[in-house]
Design a protein around this ligand. Structure first.
Ligand code: UN1
Length: 482
């Protein structure tokens, strides 16, 4: 049994609020970890510690800060198997995905571990003789990082690593359903040599997250999670005049055009829709398929979906584990049943889960043909293994359907026609577009984030992360010579 601890001002400490029991969603009677949530006083202490550590950390050479990340990358990589298994037990994604996610965290740490070797600012010419204009970058200060359950180590890493390397100190509040991997990441960074107060982990409930967004000691907030919570945090940040980035919902479309390689498309749509039980903000939850190939494509897809083994995610043969908790499980099933009674037709589903516990939070992967674009499931994010389908008679109509709704995080388009692929680049209003690959997946060195209501504030990752985690000073630099 794992004991949950916060990390405040360099010390590991129990919480002072309510008891927290971290259960295995595949076997809810199994407890993975227990501890006590942090309270508001502990949050205050964490913010104070981050503030006190800020000036010194900012003055460290960037190469020294980056070296901590590189060392942490090695530690995370070395623990990938063990931590991947813990991730699977607390979150429910398959073991291969759990281990893969831990390795991805190491890769992100390594990328930012190289940040000090990249260009650090800009130089412009001056209209005046004897002068140059420099644009330098400085940390913002104390950054609050609030992360969701679905990537318990990768998302925290892709926020914390740039925050730290660009010289900020951090108060980190992970989703309280997946605290173990948050602890592991913190352990790795501490062991890699992070000074006390630079990274503070506060395992707490939602009220503490709101308090963090409103905290006068916090200089910026980076959030990933639900649209409702993200908008609240963005409003709180705006009210205090501090920068915020909020990565929120998605209702990502895969568009299968009539000239697509149907075999490839069926495989990728299946992976995009059902890996991690559909619990990615980039998961494929809508499918638009060209009329001319719709029957053939859906038959292909149905064969693959039927073959998905649902069950204990620790078993190698299992492709789809449980969803994260009971309320998510109940909600997804209810909304799916509502859609069917409103006229949706089940075109494919996996067998009911074949292995694992009968009490686990399993949702059967399902493909639903919707009666019309007005059906709620066309626009409502379920965050589960349910794919909604509409047909389109032209490419224009397909793109229009893909662009309908408030969200614009990612999309996938399947075509062998270069002109159509280029039209998708122009016409699909999304932050991430995959041509002939699934809608999920993101590399650390390029911008990540959504269009429309999916994201608020600057994008994450790559150069975009520097944009958020630093501010610039424009220096008009003249020597003494007239
Ligand atoms: C991915 O597509 O692999 O919460 C990453 C999420 C996203 C990350 C997706 N912010 O699912």
């Amino acid at each position: 049994m794992i004991e949950l601890l916060n990390h405040i001002d360099g010390a590991w400490t129990g919480g002072a609020a309510a008891q927290l029991v971290d259960n295995n969603p595949a076997f809810p009677e199994q407890t993975v970890a227990t501890g006590t949530l942090a309270d508001h006083d502990q949050l205050d202490r964490a913010v104070r510690a981050a503030r006190e550590a800020a000036a010194r950390w900012a003055r460290e050479p960037m190469h020294a800060r980056a070296a901590v990340l590189s060392r942490a990358a090695d530690l995370v990589d070395r623990s990938a198997e063990a931590w991947g298994a813990e991730l699977t037990r607390e979150e429910g994604k398959t073991l291969a995905e759990g281990i893969g996610e831990v390795r991805r965290a190491a890769q992100i740490l390594r990328y930012y571990g190289g940040a000090a070797d990249r260009e650090a600012g800009a130089v412009y010419s001056s209209p005046r003789a004897g002068e140059q204009i420099l644009v330098t970058r400085k940390p913002i200060g104390v950054v609050a990082i609030v992360t969701p359950f679905n990537f318990p180590i990768a998302i925290p890493t892709w926020k914390i690593a740039p925050a730290l390397v660009y010289g900020n100190t951090v108060v980190f509040k992970p989703a309280s359903v997946v605290p173990v991997l948050a602890m592991r990441l913190t352990e790795a960074l501490v062991e890699a040599g992070l000074p006390p107060g630079v990274l503070n982990l506060v395992i707490a409930g939602g009220a503490v997250a709101s308090a963090l967004a409103e905290h006068p000691g916090v200089d910026a907030i980076s959030f990933t999670g639900s649209t409702a919570v993200g908008r609240g945090i963005a409003a709180a940040a705006a009210a205090r005049g501090v920068p915020v980035q909020a990565e929120m919902g998605g209702k990502n479309a895969a568009v299968v055009l009539e000239d697509a390689d149907l075999d490839l498309a069926a495989e990728q749509v299946m992976l995009g829709a059902f890996r991690s039980s559909g619990q990615k903000c980039t998961a494929t939850s809508r499918l638009i398929v060209a009329d001319a190939v719709a029957d053939e494509f859906l038959t292909e897809l149905a064969i693959r979906v039927k073959g998905l083994e649902v069950g204990d995610p620790m078993q190698a043969s299992v492709a789809v584990g449980p969803v994260v908790n009971e309320s998510a499980c109940r909600y997804i099933k209810q909304r799916t049943a509502d859609a069917v009674s409103d006229g949706a037709r089940v075109v494919a589903s996996a067998e009911d889960h074949q292995s694992g516990s009968g009490d686990g939070y399993f949702v059967t992967p399902t493909v639903l043909q919707l009666p019309s674009v007005q059906a709620p499931l066309w626009s409502e994010e379920l965050f589960g293994p349910v794919l909604s389908v509409l047909r389109a008679s032209t490419t224009e109509q397909a793109f229009e359907l893909a662009n309908s709704g408030d969200y614009g995080l990612s999309a996938a388009v399947f075509t062998t026609d270069l002109s159509r692929a280029l039209a998708a680049v122009d016409d699909l209003d999304v932050g991430v577009l995959h041509v002939n690959s699934e809608s999920a997946g993101a590399d650390p060195h390029v911008p990540f984030g959504g269009a429309k209501r999916s994201g608020y504030g600057p994008k994450e990752q790559g150069e975009a992360a520097r944009e958020f985690f630093t501010h610039t000073t424009t220096v008009y630099l003249r020597g003494g010579r007239p």
